[in-house]
Design a protein around this ligand. Structure first.
Ligand code: MN
Length: 262
């Protein structure tokens, strides 16, 4: 089995080292990861400057780009064969609920899914630096075996969040749905030495709703959360509502201001 491993915390992060080690028991591992931390870059793709790749050890490549760049370069350039699975992580910090579209870790798995390759994103739900990357990586390797044996449903990848606990304290995995986060009040405003305001987004810990069946609910109770995700963002429940709107008046010419455009 050929396994492509990536992350968004950078090629030297403890989570990706643990993940690559665990997956070497499952197959041939190639690591293609950002050369520095690129957390919260989401699904960004680098289009406006060239990318450089450095093979820092045999089978371990550092890229001066995003996780999505890494998946593209790994699959199309660096690996001689299409990987059987892409595993992204182990991220420092959970990727739960509404936060997942910010995540480079999750987006790397999403990118692989777009290419028709099975993928798993793995995150250690910790508020600090994280202690138990090896336990999370060991679970990810076992789950990767299951995915390789069974395949995944079409257009589906797995978002895994593991509590930051030693292996013997982890409760068994549970299949969950994506949870909900409460937004607001998490921008910190301060004054710099020259008297100008500056702003820091995400200054406080995110607050999730403790809804049974969700990723957050599971992780909060020491359980490993496995959420099947898909790519389509269409809200099918609202299609009929939008179709009932009369949009015929919203033609482009109706909204044009009179007179020449400057
Ligand atoms: Mn990260």
């Amino acid at each position: 089995m050929n396994i492509l491993v990536t992350n968004d915390d950078g090629v030297h992060a403890p989570g990706i080292v643990a993940l690559a080690d665990a997956l070497r028991l499952v197959g041939t591992v190639t690591v293609v990861a950002p050369d520095r931390e690129r957390s919260a870059v989401g699904h960004a793709l680098t289009l406006h400057h060239p990318l450089r790749v450095t093979e820092i050890m045999a089978g371990i490549f550092a890229v001066d780009g995003t996780p999505t760049d890494c998946v593209n370069l790994g699959i199309h350039i660096l690996l001689t064969e299409t990987p059987d699975i892409v595993v992204s992580g182990v991220n420092r910090g959970g990727n739960l609920g509404d936060d997942i579209t910010y995540s480079g870790t999750v987006s790397a798995a999403l990118e692989a899914t777009l290419m028709g390759i099975p993928a798993i994103a793995v995150s250690l739900a910790t508020n600090g630096h994280g202690s138990n990357y090896r336990a999370a990586a060991a679970f990810a390797a076992q789950l990767a075996r299951e995915v390789l044996d069974r395949g995944l449903p079409r257009d589906t990848f797995l978002n895994v969040n593991v509590p930051d606990l030693p292996a013997e304290e982890l409760a068994g995995p549970v299949i969950t749905s994506q949870g909900k986060r409460d937004y607001g009040g998490d921008i910190v405003t301060k004054v710099d030495p020259r008297g100008r305001n500056y702003y820091w987004i995400g200054g406080n810990e995110p607050v999730f709703r403790d809804i049974e069946g969700t990723d957050f609910h599971a992780v909060k109770r020491g359980r490993i959360s496995v959420t099947p995700l898909h790519l389509g963002l269409t809200n099918y429940a609202s299609l009929s509502i939008l179709q009932s709107w009369d949009l015929s008046a919203c033609r482009p010419e109706a909204g044009q201001p009179s007179g020449a455009l400057l």
